[in-house]
Design a protein around this ligand. Structure first.
Ligand code: AAL
Length: 413
């Protein structure tokens, strides 16, 4: 079709589109002369001015925070940051145990299996978003046995709805990849609590045989079109290359205490690990990191269910909790964010040691322009390439050495 509107030339009796070299000044509109598939994509999928003109593209710069580093004390998976009466608030998974995680096979009543085992939900406040003061005790404690969540409550997500505060969290009776994990909620009239446990599950795993049939993780509430949307990561109990490993879905409700109704389109995000959804213009955006074919992208959806990749990002925050007030306004005018908290596993792993909270700054805001965050070409020093997890491990080197005989062929001369 397109060639019909191209300027035509008659060459040796054949009509061909007129070719032109691509100009130095970037045309704002897609050129009407033949361009390569990559340049078609630049106009159709991206932006002729690349990432610098993409409001949903950003780099992330990190800052250490002043939370006290203590042995066997872990802080991870922060909620979004909210600001109430001039004070910033955040909640997160807090673990204070007698020893580091000992693994799922060796865990006991008092020795954690993973970093998020035997955890409660902690709260910290700040007047500037940089210096944080942690409460002396957890904001929400594990409920007593046999209530769901008595072993560990973790990975909270905050919702502000009609003047009240709701903390959604993972509720484990036993931690482990194939253990049942619904989402529960506690509510309060003030961000300083006191918090009351709602006595029922609010988001349940999906039915047997479907993609999220054993655990619902990382609940992430967003208000959209006057409704509450809870996004989450789901996984099936079945494991193996033929099964879904983890994807992200959404459930809807008009009442923060549920019952939430799962989208019939779930999963709505095919990639990612921890969730990070936020109001953007009249739709919902998602920062998708770590896993899946669309890892390390920012996506957007007009309806909260049908997402499109908007940018590809580098070194995204892990488990980000942005300060993004318009996410709870539900006015169809999401403005994005410029900072938030995330977690870092100092050992580079995910579950074996205590995690720390850190701050990230970025430019994913419609109200702010800091060109450094729109840059490409991030480069890293030698320690980055040669650190554990990135440098070639001895066992992989052994595998490579073993196949060398078969693969090492003479270059054709
Ligand atoms: C996190 C989250 C969920 C997982 C574990 C604790 O970062 O994805 O919360 O269950 O790791």
């Amino acid at each position: 079709m397109r060639s019909l509107i191209l300027p035509m030339l008659m060459v040796a009796g054949v009509v061909v589109a007129e070719t032109k070299p691509f100009p130095a000044v970037i045309p704002n509109e897609k050129p009407d002369f033949p361009i390569s598939a990559a340049m078609e994509r630049l106009y159709d999928e991206w932006n002729p001015h690349e990432d610098r003109a993409n409001e949903l593209y950003s780099n992330f710069k990190y800052t250490e925070l002043n939370f006290k580093r203590e042995k066997n004390v872990s802080r991870r998976d922060p909620t979004k940051v909210i600001k109430v009466d001039g004070i910033y608030h955040v909640w997160y998974t807090g673990r204070r145990t007698e020893c580091p995680p000992v693994g799922l096979k060796k865990m006991t009543e008092t020795q954690p299996g993973t970093d998020w085992d035997l955890a409660d939900i902690w709260h910290a406040t700040s007047s500037n978003g940089i210096d944080w003061v942690e409460d002396a005790a957890p904001a929400v404690r594990r409920p007593p046995k046999p209530e769901q969540g008595h072993r560990s409550i973790c990975t909270p997500g905050i919702l502000v709805w009609e003047g009240k505060y709701y903390l959604y969290f993972q509720a484990y009776n036993q931690v482990g990849g194939q253990e049942y994990c619904p989402v529960r909620v506690a509510y309060a009239d003030s961000p300083n609590g006191p918090w009351t446990h709602h006595p029922a599950n609010v988001v349940e795993p999906s039915p047997e045989g479907t993609w999220g049939n054993i655990k619902i993780n990382d609940p992430c509430p967003v208000v959209h079109n006057g409704r509450i949307l809870i996004y989450y990561k789901g996984a099936p109990i079945e494991r193996g290359p033929e099964y879904v490993l983890r994807m992200q879905g959404v459930s809807f409700c008009d009442n923060p205490l549920g019952p939430f109704e799962a989208s019939t389109l779930n999963p709505v995000i095919n990639s990612g690990h921890e969730t990070c959804m936020f109001a953007w213009k009249d739709g919902v955006a998602a920062l998708v990191a770590l896993d899946g074919p669309e890892k390390n992208t920012i996506q957007w959806s007009p309806d909260g269910e049908n997402f499109k990749v908007m940018s590809m990002i580098q070194v995204p925050p892990v488990a980000p909790g942005p300060y993004c007030p318009t996410t709870f306004e539900g006015k169809g005018d999401g403005r994005g964010f410029t900072w938030g908290l995330c977690h870092i596993n100092p050992d580079g792993g995910g579950a074996a040691n205590e995690s720390i909270l850190a701050r990230f700054d970025c430019d994913l805001s419609l109200d702010h322009d800091v060109p450094v965050f729109k840059r490409n070409n991030l480069r890293f020093n030698e320690q980055t390439y040669l650190q554990q997890g990135v440098r070639l491990a001895p066992n992989v080197k052994a595998q490579i050495d073993a196949s060398r005989k078969r693969l090492d062929k003479e270059t054709i001369r």
